[in-house]
Structure formats: structure tokens, C-alpha cells
Design a protein around this ligand. Structure first.
Ligand code: FES
Ligand code: FES
Length: 165
């Protein structure tokens, strides 16, 4: 028996047949859709490397069953840049050395985008650190990550103000 699901991933409708209802959203993205930017770190909800946005909210895709996300709107790291133009969060990570080996970086960036959308980032480094605490970095690039989130938050808020002026 197979299960058919249909998701929108990075703006593109994808239809997938699942032979096993236990397939996670992470494995579906990586192994069925070849979107390997989303990383598998712990595979048990403890590191945040697999963070993606579903309906604009950040989730650990290793804990999400793909079959439960039939019809969902998923954004992965592959979908955040516009052509050659990096997303402001990506650019800020580079500007502030928010990465070393880069393994955790896709998850950090997706989490940062989600956090900024939630409107909880503000300009308080402590709050940013706390709100990003589900994303671990073995290289300890936390100082740069926090600076990057703060700067990206500012840039996006200014852009938003200009749009609504
Ligand atoms: Fe999902 Fe670690 S791989 S939280
Ligand atoms: Fe290496 Fe975060 S940059 S794990």
C-alpha cells in the first residue's frame, strides 16, 4: 500500500508516493526531493540542523511525519535566496562570521528567518540567544550567529517600514 501526498516546497507543488507512513519530512526532503541543504544531525529533535519553515513556522523536520504534512507549504534553505540575491539573513551570517564548518548553518538560518517573522527577535541579544537555543553549533559560532540575527532583523524591519510608508 502506498500513500500519496502533495506539498508545496519552495513554491513548487510536489506530489510524492510514500511506501512507508513513517517517513519523516526531513527524509522526504533529502532523499525523495534531493533537497539536501536541510541537514540531519541528531535525527531526534535535539540539534535544530533539520529546521525548515512549515506555513511560516519553524519546525524540526526530523520529528515531523511527512504524511501529516499533506498540503503543507514548506520553505527550506534552498528556497530563501532570490536567484543570485541572498536573503538578508544569509548575507548577515556571512558578514558576521556566523558559521565555521557550516553544517548547522541551514538550520540556523531557517530558524533565524522564522524567529524574525515571529517578531520576537527585537534588539536584545539575550532574547535572540534564547530564541535560537534549539539550534546547536558544534563549532561555537554563537557570537556571530547572534550578531547576524540582530542585523538581519534590523534590515528586514527597515525594509518593511519603507514598504508600508
Ligand atoms: Fe532534527 Fe537534530 S536532526 S533536531
Ligand atoms: Fe560548524 Fe555550526 S558552524 S556546527
Amino acid at each position: 500500500m502506498t500513500f500519496s501526498i502533495s506539498l508545496t516546497v519552495n513554491g513548487v507543488r510536489r506530489n510524492v508516493e510514500l511506501a512507508d507512513p513513517r517517513v519523516t519530512l526531513l527524509d522526504l526532503l533529502r532523499e525523495r526531493l534531493d533537497l539536501t541543504g536541510t541537514k540531519k544531525g541528531c535525527d531526534r529533535g535535539q540539534c535544530g540542523a533539520c529546521t525548515v519553515l512549515v506555513g511560516g513556522r519553524r519546525i524540526n523536520s526530523c520529528l515531523a511525519l511527512a504524511i501529516s504534512h499533506d498540503g503543507a507549504d514548506v520553505l527550506t534553505i534552498e528556497g530563501v535566496a532570490r536567484g543570485n540575491q541572498l536573503h538578508p539573513v544569509q548575507a548577515a551570517f556571512i558578514a558576521h562570521d556566523g558559521l565555521q564548518c557550516g553544517f548547522c548553518t541551514p538550520g540556523q538560518i531557517m530558524s533565524a528567518i522564522g524567529l524574525i517573522r515571529e517578531g520576537h527577535a527585537g534588539d536584545n541579544p539575550e532574547r535572540v540567544r534564547e530564541a535560537m537555543s534549539g539550534n546547536l553549533c558544534r563549532c561555537g559560532a554563537y557570537a556571530g550567529i547572534t550578531e547576524a540575527v540582530l542585523e538581519a532583523q534590523k534590515i528586514l524591519a527597515t525594509a518593511e517600514q519603507r514598504r508600508s510608508a
